[in-house]
Write a protein that binds this ligand. Structure first.
Ligand SMILES: Cc1ncc(COP(=O)(O)O)c(C=O)c1O
Length: 400
């Protein structure tokens, strides 16, 4: 096919692919345990649903300004003021179709052909692929299992070259659950200020941090790099609103205006109804967020313990987000398989458990297991994984 060359630079989102495959099996009547999806199993909070119904009843169903209604942009700025003590005006905020579009807009606005954008791996696959679509080159600084995939400042700063345009930090990180420390973020912000480059903080999982560790990245960035730092977030994970498609970018007025110019020629505004729902989520009671976090903590501890009952899996306990990211090379080899991609495929077809293979996150040998699902599903999923490995390993050993 004579598609544009840019399409040759990317692959379909591996996480969405797993969901689609699991759905296909389910439609055939198969009982699939889906530990692949990166989305909360909780319902959207009722007061948010009520706000959306009210928007429809009030016929709030027309175009809005492409950057989002003022009420929403003020609600986003208000949340950052209340949670982090930072001050942004409404024209420093754009509402986007999920956090994904905020990052996509920025890749398109900031990258020229050949520009380098530094980020850390294992990564959420859309980060490098969006950079590639924009003509840039992702430069991946690896994090390591041995120290819990901690995102260190030094290797990131060392990766800066005259071609570097931006650094993207995702903390808490999908898929590893790791956090960056405030010290490391400060060092990166200062290095970026010296080099005249942008820093983008992907804070999609900012509400999902298990221990009360200092993690005020917005304050650090707005104090040390106010004119070149952008905060990206979304209602998706914190408020169980993945399908509503509402996220944002918060940063200097000029870059937000550029994102708006781009968005004005692509998707325009986030659905007017979703915008009203997001206002309710951001300005309404926040105790639902804490309740969900507490449940995720219980699930994290349970599923971590269960999985490691088979010593062929190794796994650091994640500090944020809702994924385990186990190292499974020994289990994969015992099964007579070569890669975690093969493992995930066989597991889905034979044991009907959906996981995302590490290959998609630049981490062969690993897989991502989402615990944003019920304890019962997690128990069933891990039981099936163990049985699958046990059965396969016995067969492989018998074959010699
Ligand atoms: C690291 C990271 N950033 C951004 C997003 C975008 O989220 P959404 O577009 O659903 O708001 C996701 C979603 O999985 C993510 O994992």
């Amino acid at each position: 096919m004579n598609f544009a060359q840019r399409m040759g630079r990317i692959v379909p989102s591996p996480t969405l692919k797993v969901t689609a495959e699991a759905d296909k099996l389910r439609r055939q009547g198969i009982d699939v345990v889906d530990l692949g999806a990166g989305e909360p199993d909780f319902g959207t909070p009722e007061h948010v649903n009520v706000a959306a119904h009210a928007a429809i009843d009030a016929h709030f169903t027309k175009y809005t300004p492409s950057a989002g209604i003022l009420e929403l942009r003020e609600a986003i700025a208000g949340r950052y003021r209340e949670d982090y003590g930072v001050s942004y005006a409404a024209d420093e905020v754009i509402a986007t179709a999920g956090g994904k579009q905020a990052l996509y807009n920025l890749a398109m606005v900031l990258c020229d052909d050949g520009d380098e954008v530094i980020t850390h791996g294992p990564f959420w696959p859309s980060i490098p692929d969006q950079i590639k679509l924009a003509g840039g080159t992702p430069v991946i600084v690896p994090a390591h299992r041995e120290d819990g995939f901690t995102i260190h400042a030094d290797p990131i700063i060392h990766a800066i070259t005259p071609r570097t345009k931006a650094i993207i930090i995702n903390s808490p990180c999908n898929p590893t659950g790791a956090l960056i420390t405030e010290e490391a973020m400060t060092a990166i912000a200062d290095a970026a200020a010296r080099a005249g480059i942008w820093v983008i903080a992907d804070l999609t999982y900012e509400k999902l941090i298990y221990d009360p560790v200092p993690h005020n990245l917005p304050r650090i960035l707005s104090e040390r790099l106010r004119d070149r730092a952008i905060l990206c977030g979304a209602t998706s994970k914190a408020y169980a609103m993945t399908g509503w498609r509402c996220g944002w970018a918060v940063g200097p007025k000029a870059v937000i205006a550029a994102c708006n110019a781009l968005q004005g020629h692509s998707t325009s505004n986030v659905s007017s109804i979703a915008q009203k729902a997001a206002v309710a989520a951001l300005t309404g009671p926040q105790d639902g967020v804490t309740a969900m976090l507490e449940e995720y903590r219980v699930r994290r501890d349970l599923v971590w313990e269960w999985l490691l009952e088979d010593p062929r899996f190794e796994c650091v306990k994640p500090r944020g987000a809702f994924y385990l990211f186990p190292y499974a090379a020994e289990a994969v080899a015992a099964c007579g398989l070569r890669t975690t991609a093969e493992f995930a495929e066989a597991l889905l077809q034979e044991a009907h458990v959906a996981l995302t293979a590490g290959e998609g996150f630049d981490a062969p040998g690993y897989f991502r297991l989402s615990y944003a699902t019920s304890r019962e599903q997690l128990r069933e999923g891990v039981t099936r994984i163990h049985e699958f490995v046990h059965t396969r390993a016995r067969a492989a050993a018998a074959r010699g």
